[in-house]
Write a protein that binds this ligand. Sequence first.
Ligand code: MYR
Length: 217
Amino acid sequence: LPPMHLGNGVLDPAGRKRLPKMARLVGPAPNATRLHNGGWTVIQRRLNGSVDFNQPWEAYKAGFGDPQGEFWLGLEKMHRLAGDRDSRLAVQLRDWEGNTESLRFPARLGGEDTDYSLQLAAPVATELGAAASSTPSGLSLPFSTWDQDHDLRGDLNCAKSLSGGWWFGTCGHSNLNGQYFHSVPRQRRQRKKGIFWRTWRGRYYPLRATTVLLQPE
Ligand code: MYR
């Protein structure tokens, strides 16, 4: 995946030139849900565990948290922003050693009639490490919460056995809305509930900070 370049030389709302540094997007920022770095909108942020992300469907639909800190913009707003068109998603991850990872990829976000399915083209799903769940026409993955289970597992509810709401497939790919841990829990059952991105730091590494951004086409 190409590296991210956010808002190179773009003026911030106060008219200052802002550097395209992940730190600026991970930390608290004024008017944080609408950082228009070339049309990018922050739709999710984790940074300190101050907000409970283990929320039901209605909360994930409407949004919750603190726009200056940790928050989830809300699936309905995200869908309206994206429209029924291709968008770009950007995912920024930070571990506890100061390493960062940035991904950017095209995606569509369906409306509530699709359970806010995330739609990825086959090559994108493959690059993200989700090839096993993808078909030749791509991957359409509905959103799940503990009270609305649309994941790909018949035998269990990913949102319940992990934590939070997410585009869960087989429970092991990623979960940026998991429980915030300051260190690795000793019990495996707890570790699974953390914030993770398997293809970067692995399934049981609790990430320190995440930001997800959306750029409508
Ligand atoms: C599996 O669980 O093995 C297959 C499901 C893979 C899901 C791939 C989705 C990636 C999530 C993208 C993050 C979007 C951020 C808004």
